[in-house]
Design a protein around this ligand. Structure first.
Ligand code: FAD
Ligand code: SF4
Length: 543
């Protein structure tokens, strides 16, 4: 059982009687320390592997855990598990890097993949419906039609339209009150207490050098605790999910988002359960549709994009250079002033991933993403949230972290590596398309029609970050200058896209002096941030 498929409801475990087979889990320190992962991400994975192993044993399964410092593939080789004729069997992981690492075992016949049953759609369905360039909306329409989800008897979408996205853009002013997620400070289950103590000790002993704050009480660990988080999400989040889906606030990190992704991506709850349960609730249609679209639409779509492009390595993506040689550190060394020293070298077959950069983006990721104050309250607040809990919701990822990195022309590979190390729900199949494909537009228009960029006005409308900022969104906001400078810098490329014409025309109408000032500010802001300096001093071009 690989660390991202901790389930017995689908896959090989769903088909065997407890006791008839040996269930093997592999806990490799090299794999967990390959990048400077947030300590909360490591804790989440360890806790769920321990809990899953214990729960299986309680059901009568024979469970063995291979634990060691070496890479996963070497731990399995040394153990001698699997052989031609009697191979180990596992679901093919969605994570490309894990497939690459374990490929030699598959070639030798020691390991056999079976299809991954944790997803809801097939490659054939994606290829038949997503068009080219791939469009999430076309794919989503086909999935809705095939499954009948939120469709009426005549095959039309309930409520008359497929998406209620346009209705789901309200800023949040404090009402309805945002729910606080459950905490697991005094768990009643002995297993939960035991695992928390084990993981705390393990982190202190084996992973003390990893960045981020450890908050074990925030992690649901056992199956009962996972159910408790999901019940909370159903009762407190989903009824308000839609309208405030795009809102951001310093008063609530999560607003009405469910925080289910870290558990979903390791298999402790399945997408099918989320969708079935959400449809069973009497939710306002815009909430039900908004949530379902994320799970059967976006989540499935990005997985197919990743698989079809072999992690952005094939076809037109290959032009931007070979994959990085070793796993990236997301700018850790620049911030920490020392190299990330993994415990052991990554095994053969594991590289640092593709480097699409359609606009030639190559700015190094600023240390602000690691917590060095930038002086921009939006960025500093979200970064602090991420390092506090290894999670933030979709719009903070897209319109603050992704947006600012995009406006600075940060290398899509480096910002993708940063998201990968910082977030508890990050795995290559989901983080790379979201960051390199969607947020930064690094792979051009392969999966979205235009870059997701904005100036300070959008952030001010959708959040309360600007209220306490040293800058004013209506006059001297650096994000706004970066936005105009981005449009000017990439005008030629963006002009081929009719969806960009309105904003490009606005940019062209700006007085020559303003345009020159925007470009000068871009250079000043970029350089200061890359050097790790705050930018709340005087910037060029603003009187
Ligand atoms: C730059 C960027 C990076 C991201 N990196 C990741 C990542 O590493 N791992 C990850 O799981 N999601 C990622 N996402 C998608 C999304 O932000 C998270 O899935 C979501 O914020 C998780 O919080 P939640 O469970 O409260 O989600 P909710 O808002 O409650 O949504 C429900 C579920 O929908 C799914 N979902 C929603 N949007 C997406 C999406 N774009 N791609 C895939 N699944 C989606 C998730 O499984 C999520 O749990 C990223 C998005 C962006 C813009
Ligand atoms: S004023 Fe600009 S920099 Fe400050 S929080 Fe608002 S958008 Fe961010």
């Amino acid at each position: 059982m690989l660390p991202d498929q901790l389930t017995c409801t689908v896959g090989p475990l769903a088909r065997i009687t407890p006791g008839t087979h040996e269930v093997l889990l592999v806990e490799s320190r090299e794999w967990l320390s390959r990048r400077p992962y947030h300590v909360q991400r490591i804790a989440l994975i360890l806790a769920h592997m321990h809990a899953f192993a214990a729960e299986l044993a309680q059901e009568g399964h024979r469970v063995r855990v291979l634990r060691g410092d070496a890479p996963m593939v070497d731990l399995l080789r040394q153990d001698g598990a699997g052989a031609p004729g009697v191979p180990m069997v596992a679901m093919e992981p969605a994570e490309r890097e894990m497939r690459a690492e374990l490929a030699p075992l598959v070639s030798s016949g020691a390991l056999r993949w079976v299809p991954n049953g944790m997803f809801l759609t097939t490659r054939e369905e994606f290829l038949a419906s997503a068009g080219r360039p791939w469009k999430m909306e076309s794919f989503y329409r086909a999935v809705r039609k095939r499954t009948g989800i939120l469709m009426d008897a005549d095959g039309a979408p309930i409520g008359g339209k497929l998406s209620f996205d346009a209705d789901n853009r309200k800023p949040w002013k404090g009402s309805p009150a945002a729910p606080a997620p459950p905490r697991f400070e005094s768990p009643s289950e002995p297993l939960s207490r035991e695992i928390r103590a084990e993981v705390r000790e393990d982190i202190a002993r084996r992973f003390p050098h990893h960045p981020g704050t450890l908050d074990l009480d925030a992690i649901p660990v056992t199956q009962c605790e996972v159910a408790e988080l999901w019940s909370w999400a159903k009762a407190e989040c989903l009824p308000h999910f839609g309208p405030w889906e795009d809102a951001m606030s310093t008063r609530s990190r999560g607003l009405f988002h469910t925080r289910i992704s870290p558990l979903l991506n390791v298999g402790r709850i399945l997408a099918r359960t989320l969708v079935d349960d959400a449809l069973d609730l009497e939710l306002p249609l815009q909430c039900a549709e908004g949530f379902v679209r994320q799970v059967i639409g976006w989540r499935e779509f990005v997985r197919h994009v990743h698989a079809e492009t072999d992690g952005f390595r094939t076809g037109e993506f290959a032009r931007d250079g070979d994959p990085s040689v070793t796993p990236g550190d997301g700018g850790y060394a620049r911030w920490a002033g020392k190299r990330w020293h993994p415990h052991a070298p990554a095994p053969g077959g594991v590289d640092g991933g593709a480097r699409p950069a359609d606009f030639g983006q190559c700015t190094p990721l600023p240390p602000a993403y690691w917590g060095a104050p930038s002086g921009m309250r939006c960025l500093d607040s979200v970064v602090a949230d991420v390092w506090a809990e290894s999670w933030s919701h979709h719009i903070t990822r897209l319109m603050v972290l992704g947006n600012i990195a995009t406006l600075l022309d940060v290398s899509p590979r480096e910002i993708a590596d940063w998201f990968w190390v910082a977030y508890a729900d990050a795995w290559d199949w989901v983080v790379e398309p979201n960051v390199m494909g969607m947020a930064t537009f690094g792979a051009g228009g392969i999966m979205t029609t235009k870059p997701y960029v904005c100036g300070g006005a959008y952030i001010d409308r959708m959040s309360d970050y600007c209220k306490g900022c040293a800058f004013d969104p209506s006059s001297d906001c650096p994000v706004t200058s970066l936005y105009w400078a981005y449009l000017e810098r990439h005008e030629k490329r963006l002009d081929s896209n009719p969806r960009m014409w309105v904003v490009l025309n606005s940019m062209r109408k700006r007085a020559e002096g303003r345009r020159t000032a925007d470009s000068a500010r871009f250079v000043a802001v970029r350089d200061m941030l890359v050097r790790g300096e705050r930018i709340d001093g005087a910037l060029p071009g603003i009187s």
